[in-house]
Design a protein around this ligand. Structure first.
Ligand SMILES: [Zn+2]
Length: 676
């Protein structure tokens, strides 16, 4: 069976699911307006973004450049983050913020675009149109567009691809441009992206006279693939492929480009931080900065699919397994150290020191979805779902107003305030960050969720994630609507019902491919009489002529699961984590009192002893899991160390809540892995 499949246009999908609709509404009502204020530096007490300031300054400079006697700025050393001497009075015409600050605006536009597809909003579209217009006006005549270099001096553009993020900015511009065109039908931003892409193509590539470089922070690879998809221009695919092929080759480009720089100090670190330590086809272990790694692997998976490159496919498979089998938290968080926001060695997954950046979990969703596009296997969708429901959603507060950058699995707040090794872990979500990568990244993922839940090929609709939605699938030129409801209100399992709506009088022949999640104990199917039916790689395929109002119901049992970690995950020895369906659960102080370290499961307690109880957290309904446990009696009066006689404990009921809902009731302790 031909399994290759493609991403669906979001206009074909309407999400109606109460859970996910609520998240999309939070993005629309809270995140997007707040971020617009942040981009315009209008939020009292928050670190200013300067993103709009920079674009306005670039536009002003472009106008000035037309005047006689104009002298363009000449680059002198500028720090990675530039802040005004007087924060209240940034100088006009100067660049401020991180050198990749442009991406804040691009990510906002992308999130707005998805939101407009899901919920048309004339005023919001007008605001975003003005921002798009500003970007157009800031772009240099020759197509170059990065306000950091435009304002600081283009004489040094593309001289530090390793650290200076011009290609990263280009990538986010392009992602925004594609989304913007899909949402509004307008070509303005895509023209900007194309002009910049053409400029890059003239300066970077295999040909003599061009720089033989590639992005230090990846994303341009997958963005160019989208631009190719949108425009059909082969040059964009070729450039993406060039970036993939060139990366990590000897002599290392980052070393070559660095040597002429006055601040060059030799090769200070292995290039694994940038995934440039060896050619990508030889890489078999996830290494370096986790977000960069996820973005690279996503681009590799794209190119592997489009060029049917078996060696690249193999590298993608190995890297995916390196992540999912050795380097991923149970929450789908990846990148376990603060140092370099990076992967460490296999099975090194400390709970309280975790980094697990929200963007890295988002990147894992990107990677997994791209693997599914050419290799439909449950293992990819399971990881995508795990990250989405846990390590991604934990990044945003239930009211949509604050965000985590770092997503630990265990928190004892005093340690985060007093131990410098742990201060990267925040105990409550923050309103905004100077480096605000995560909040808009969540917004664009949640806004485009439909394209993760469903993919299609000519005659098959693939359902990877279960959520209530309606999807229009076109077969032989005939549109056919499929309504899906996914009901998880019964703790014993999920009931997924698919109803065919508008298959024409004759009916339509197509296949439904329904994922059988790893968390599902047993499944049962009703209403698929006469369908050709088989299971392959954890997908249930149903092929037949579907007629109007045909309905199939898939019941997926969701037993509570107590999970152990591989013994090499040393922190989790003697501990279990609890999952129910796709959700990871945790203990929080608000429900279980202080000193979660004293709690353990009762002897012999198993998943069958868990009870369910509806509860409300910050206005959102959820189901808590109640498990029999014990609380050790603290001993604080026998010296720091004392003879290990029997410890005393008393029975308690452990109350577990979904991990993504933690830290919505103020600062407190939290723990995912529980002593048994
Ligand atoms: Zn981030």
């Amino acid at each position: 069976m031909e399994k290759e499949n493609r991403v669906m246009d979001l206009n074909q999908i309407r999400i109606t699911d109460p859970f996910w609709k609520e998240e999309q509404e939070l993005v629309r009502r809270e995140v997007i307006p707040y971020q617009w204020e942040a981009l315009n530096d209008r939020i009292p007490g928050a670190a200013p973004s300067f993103a709009m300031h920079n674009f306005r300054a670039a536009r002003a400079l472009r106008l000035k450049a037309r005047e006689p006697g104009f002298v363009p700025p000449v680059f002198t050393d500028v720090p990675f983050e530039v802040l005004p001497e007087d924060p209240a009075r940034p100088e006009e015409g100067k660049f401020y913020g991180f050198l990749f600050q442009d991406t804040d605006l691009y990510k906002w536009i992308e999130a707005v675009a998805y939101s407009l597809i899901n919920h048309p909003d004339h005023a919001l579209q007008e605001t975003a149109s003005e921002a798009v217009h500003l970007i157009e006006e800031a772009q240099a005549e020759d197509g170059y567009l990065d306000t950091y270099y435009i304002l600081n001096g283009r004489n040094r553009e593309f001289t530090n691809l390793r650290d200076h993020h011009e290609l990263y900015c280009f990538g986010h511009l392009t992602e925004a441009a594609v989304a913007w065109r899909r949402a509004t039908g307008k070509n303005d931003l895509i023209r900007v992206a194309e002009r910049f892409a053409d400029y890059i193509t003239r300066h970077i590539g295999a040909e003599e006279g061009k720089k033989h470089g590639y992005p230090g922070h990846e994303i341009a690879e997958m963005a160019l693939v989208r631009l190719f998809g949108e425009t059909g221009k082969r040059a964009y695919l070729d450039l993406a492929r060039y970036f993939i092929d060139e990366r990590g080759r000897e002599p290392n480009y980052f070393a070559l480009e660095g040597q002429p720089r006055p601040d060059w100090q030799g090769v200070e670190e292995p290039y694994s931080y940038y995934q440039a330590h060896k050619p990508v086809r030889e890489q078999d272990e996830a290494k370096g900065h986790a977000v960069r790694a996820m973005y690279l692997y996503s681009g590799m998976a794209d190119i592997a699919r489009l060029t049917d490159d078996e060696s690249l496919k193999n590298a993608c498979r190995k890297l995916f397994r390196s992540v999912s089998r050795e380097k991923m938290y149970i929450t789908g968080g990846v990148g376990s150290t603060n140092h370099g926001e990076a992967f460490t060695f296999p099975f090194d997954l400390p709970n309280d020191m975790a980094y697990a950046e929200t963007c890295a979990a988002i990147g894992l969703c990107f990677f997994a979805r791209r693997m599914l596009e050419w290799d439909v296997r449950g293992e990819y969708a399971d990881v995508m779902e795990r990250a989405l429901y846990n390590g991604v959603l934990s990044g945003i507060a239930l009211d949509g107003k604050s965000f985590f950058y770092v997503n630990p699995l265990e928190v004892f707040p005093e340690a985060n305030h007093r131990d410098l090794r742990k201060t990267h872990v925040k105990t409550v979500r923050q309103k905004w960050f100077g480096c605000a990568c995560c909040p808009p990244n969540i917004a664009r993922l949640i806004g485009s969720l439909g394209s993760y839940a469903f993919t299609e090929n000519e005659d098959t609709l693939f359902v990877h994630l279960y959520m209530s939605a309606s999807v229009t699938k076109t077969v032989d030129g005939k549109p056919c609507r499929i309504r899906m409801t996914a009901d998880s209100s019964d703790p014993s399992g999920w009931t997924v019902r698919l109803t065919v709506d508008g298959a024409g009088d004759e009916g339509t022949d197509f296949t439904l491919a329904l994922r059988l999640p790893a968390w599902c104990g047993e499944w049962r199917l009703d209403g698929a009489d006469g369908a050709e039916q088989f299971v392959s790689d954890s997908y249930l395929y149903l092929r037949r002529r579907w007629r109007e109002k045909d309905e199939v119901t898939l019941f997926l049992s969701s037993p509570v699961r107590f999970l152990r970690a591989d013994s090499r995950v040393r922190e989790n020895t003697g501990r279990i984590a609890v999952m129910h369906g796709p959700l990871v659960y945790c203990l929080e102080e608000a429900d279980n009192g202080k000193d979660l370290n004293l709690l353990s499961l009762a002897d012999g307690a198993g998943p069958g002893d868990v009870r369910f109880e509806e509860m409300d957290i910050a206005g959102r309904k959820t189901v808590a899991l109640l498990a029999p446990g014990r609380r050790e009696t603290p001993v604080n009066d026998r010296g720091l160390y004392f003879d290990a006689d029997e410890s005393e404990s008393s029975p308690v009921t452990l109350r577990l809540i979904p991990y993504f809902m933690w830290a919505n009731r103020g600062e407190n302790e939290m723990q995912v892995w529980i002593r048994r």
